[in-house]
Design a protein. Structure first.
Lengths: 321, 310
């Protein structure tokens, strides 16, 4: 467990404090030989209870904060733990290579895969390089190039969504951010290999969906996915971006809400306290869910797969007639 | 540009996109224009050729053959799947928009002809909650694509939209995937799709069907983009260049094929349909038609047929 975090959210403080105290007591017991096991046990139970209580009734806004936690495992953290022989490939063969979008080939157990995901940075320096996980058009086009490679070599595609949005920049507009995303949506709908989409952090709007069309949509427990950020929604509809927590509530952007709306297919559990408390457990849960889907999807004839994929999207939405 | 000489009788329709009153000020050059005169010019400024925002009914009238439009899917109405409420209830916003526009939602669909050639069309309406795309717009465009596939005629979508509808949250987002998936199916059958981008076409609408035309055609001066200008300005911390995200900018950067004056759209579309779809694609329909019918039957498109029409 890595328990020193760059950021501690308000509702995480009590448990972080308790864990710190436990670590100190364990250290003291080791050094002095004094038996503190009763006290340590008591604190541990207290920490576990707090976790159980707090994390069983997280508000949507709290989940948004966990999804954005700067200590949360990002795409490469998961790939490192899930895949073997990963080879990252670069470039869209047209303009450049986007570090905010990772794409490569590797194996998950014995399944050869193309792996694609948004990549955030851990600190300021990394984030400048990764553009905070906000892809430019060349990121989406690199993703599409690798998806076509997947089709050519009959490999399934696994995507990892974690973005505050497609980059809203001057160059991005000049190079056709909208076209790049649109093209991916159209191509992914009929890509002749299985596509497993995972949401591992933030799923903001078209920037997320640009690698988000697939046969199985898996979402980790403490993530958000919607058409706009809660701040953006609050700014437009409430004319006040401090109303973001209220907007988050109204937007039904959490995994349980989206499961009910049939936008996602499965929720992947996170370790107590959230994915950042234990990368290994988080990745292991993710891997297990991906493998289950891969095994199921690889058995389906490709025509049926595409037909079912399109039918799924066809049914999305709610209207009266 | 003798468009209105060529054509008899221009029906009147409500102009909610343009303020009421007998005199209208041009948003571009400031010219004060006599409304009947402006209407005769299809709401294009006589002084500077600025294309005023017009509503879906106007587009039906201007871009398709007279009286050729038969509406389909008129009974599809919005729901409130999230029971969404911001400072107002979504259902109240819907009711208000329905009352002022006379529309059920932000798009109408139907069968029509262009220069005598049959097409299926979907036309968005900016006057209905900013032309935002929610489940109804997505469903109607999806059915239009199915119907074009079934009838084996070109699909035309006229966009006028601020993007996805926030009040349907992730379900709005999914309409981008849904409409794009339907266009992929249409493309697989080799049936043309023409996207017409009008002022404005932004956000999730641009990042899905509006950018996916075999031919993308914009009206002059239309705002077309992905991100909002305010957001971009905040992000990059500098002013945006003159003409940024205008139709001409998109053409310069390779994302629209043509910019066509409102008076010439119908003729241009007619010519392109002739070139790409000579003989209604019948030249090489051996087996193709059958697979098209089969594909369309497999989906649920047939319920989009208006009573008594086909
Ligand atoms: Zn003017």
């Amino acid at each position: 467990m890595n328990k020193t975090f760059r950021v501690t959210l308000d509702f995480e403080k009590p448990v972080v404090e308790l864990e710190k105290k436990i670590a100190e007591m364990e250290e003291y017991a080791r050094e002095t030989g004094v038996d503190l096991s009763d006290d340590i046990g008591r604190l541990r139970r207290k920490a576990d209870n707090y976790r159980k209580e707090t994390y069983s009734k997280l508000t949507p806004w709290q989940r948004v904060q966990l999804a954005r936690h700067s200590d949360r495992p990002f795409t490469l953290d998961h790939i490192e733990r899930i895949a073997t022989d990963f080879v990252e490939l670069g470039g869209d063969r047209a303009f450049g290579n986007d570090p905010a979008m990772i794409a490569g080939i590797g194996k998950i157990d014995n399944h050869r895969c193309v792996l694609i995901g948004h990549q955030k940075g851990r600190d300021v320096k990394e984030n400048l390089h990764r553009n905070f996980g906000m892809s430019n058009p060349e990121g989406y086009r690199k993703a599409l190039r690798l998806m076509k490679m997947a089709a050519k070599f009959k490999m399934p595609v696994i995507t990892f969504i974690d973005t505050p949005g497609a980059y809203p920049g001057l160059g991005a507009e000049e190079r056709g951010q909208a076209e790049a995303i649109a093209r991916n949506l159209m191509e992914m709908a009929v890509l002749p290999v299985p596509i497993v989409v995972t949401i591992i952090g933030e799923g903001a709007s078209g920037g997320a969906l640009g690698i988000g069309v697939g046969d199985s949509i898996l979402m980790m427990e403490n993530c958000w996915y919607s058409v706009i950020s809660p701040e953006g929604c609050a700014a437009i509809l409430w004319k006040d971006n401090t109303k973001a927590p209220i907007a988050a509530e109204a937007m039904k952007l959490t995994a349980p809400d989206l499961l009910k709306l049939n936008v996602i297919d499965k929720i992947i559990p996170e370790p107590p306290g959230g994915a950042h408390w234990d990368y290994d457990v988080a990745s292991a849960n993710l891997k297990k869910a991906i493998l289950t889907e891969l095994k199921r999807l690889e058995k389906i004839p490709v025509e049926t797969l595409i037909e079912k994929r399109i039918q799924k999207y066809e049914a999305m939405g709610a209207w009266k007639e | 540009m003798d468009w209105f000489k060529r054509r008899k009788g221009i029906a009147t329709s409500e102009k909610k996109a343009i303020p009421d009153g007998l005199w209208v000020k041009c948003n571009s050059c400031g010219e004060i224009i006599y409304r009947p005169e402006l209407q005769k010019r299809l709401f294009v400024c006589p002084k500077c050729e600025y294309h005023f925002r017009i509503n879906s009914k106007d587009y039906v009238e201007y871009f398709f053959d007279p009286d050729s439009f038969t509406e389909t899917g008129a009974n599809i109405k919005p729901a409130d799947p999230l029971r969404f409420r911001d400072t107002k209830k979504y259902t109240d916003r819907l009711k208000a928009a329905q009352k002022t526009t006379g529309l059920n939602d932000a798009a109408i669909t139907g069968d029509a002809t262009i220069e005598g050639k049959p097409v299926v069309c979907a036309i968005m309406d900016f006057t209905f909650i900013g032309g935002s795309m929610g489940s109804v717009v997505g469903e109607k465009i999806a059915r239009a694509a199915d119907r074009a596939r079934e009838r084996r005629v070109p699909l035309i979508v006229i966009s006028a939209s601020g993007g996805a509808r926030m009040m349907e949250s992730a379900l709005s987002l999914m309409q981008m995937a849904k409409t794009s998936a339907k266009l992929a199916q249409l493309a697989q059958e080799g049936i043309p799709y023409f996207s017409i981008l009008t002022d404005p076409t932004t956000g999730g609408t641009t990042a899905s069907f509006a950018m996916l035309g075999d031919v993308n055609i914009a009206e002059p001066g239309a705002l077309i983009g992905f991100a909002g200008q305010r957001v971009i300005k905040q992000t990059i911390g500098q002013d945006l260049p003159e003409g940024f995200q205008k139709a001409e900018f998109l053409k310069d950067h390779g994302f629209v094929d043509l910019i066509v004056h409102r008076w010439e759209m119908r003729e241009t579309l007619g010519k392109i349909i002739d070139l790409l779809w000579a003989g209604g694609g019948k030249a090489k329909n051996n087996g193709k038609v059958a697979s098209g019918e089969k594909a369309a039957k497999a989906s649920r498109s047939s319920d989009a047929v208006a009573p008594g029409k086909n």
